[in-house]
Write a protein that binds this ligand. Structure first.
Ligand code: CA
Length: 226
């Protein structure tokens, strides 16, 4: 299924650039050039995700965000904020935006955020708390415990575990992990995945050299068993 994006952005050049890039990535893209148009498009077109500029003519991005949430629309919204404007970020998140990127942003960063938001919104029955062995993972707050003690995991490690646990019992390839967790494809970085797995095992396995939960599937990838 092709994800549909709505870009609400009044800088025509930026909007056109984003449209091209996301279409190239296989998305369907709708562009709106002011807040009113954007609100209208969001309500009628029901996109899967909205990229929402804050400074917009007619109706600000913050107003658009607030109105959409008040009308019960729940699609992910990523705000495009101006550099240094901390107030917009905080207000945006309070008004129901899911994430933000600060201009100027890299396309790669934005694409990764878009993918992450779509992934979350398409898995409504997402895991919140997961337990195995002596480990408790709280994915809502990115907190972990091991035998009742705080266990320090990086955000990346949480994302790796989230993905593997979501697919527990299935083989997950390194490429799939790269795409799901790092948001990148076609990069020869599968070593990165292996290095992260080694570190994760030291944190969650009783015997990291003989993993019980995060197992290697020879030649194919990894599998979470638990
Ligand atoms: Ca603007």
């Amino acid at each position: 299924m092709t994800p549909r994006l709505l870009i609400i952005e009044d800088e025509a050049e930026l909007a056109a650039g984003l449209k091209d890039s996301f279409e190239f990535e296989g998305y369907q893209v709708i562009v709106a050039a002011d807040g009113e148009q954007g609100l209208e498009a969001a309500v009628h077109e029901r996109p899967d995700l909205i990229l929402l500029d804050v400074m917009l003519p007619k109706l600000s991005g913050l107003e658009v965000c607030k109105t959409l949430r008040r009308r019960g629309l729940t699609m992910p919204i990523i705000m495009l904020t101006a550099r240094g404007d901390e107030t917009d970020k905080v207000t945006g998140l309070e008004l129901g935006a899911d994430d933000y990127v600060t201009k100027p942003f890299s396309l790669r960063e934005l694409t990764a955020r878009v993918k992450a938001q779509l992934r979350r919104s398409q898995n409504p029955a997402d895991i919140e708390v997961y337990r195995f062995g002596s480990i408790v993972l709280d994915f809502r707050h990115n907190q972990a415990q091991r035998a009742g003690q705080e266990l320090e995991l990086t955000p990346r490690e949480f994302e790796i575990l989230r993905h593997l646990i979501r697919h527990r019992g299935e083989i997950v390839t390194r490429e799939q992990l790269l795409e799901a967790v790092w948001g990148i494809t076609n990069y020869p970085l599968t070593r990165t995945v292996d290095n992260h797995i080694v570190k994760l095992r030291q944190k969650i396995e009783d015997s990291p050299a003989h993993p019980k939960y995060l197992v290697t599937v020879h030649r194919l990838g990894y599998k979470f068993v638990g």
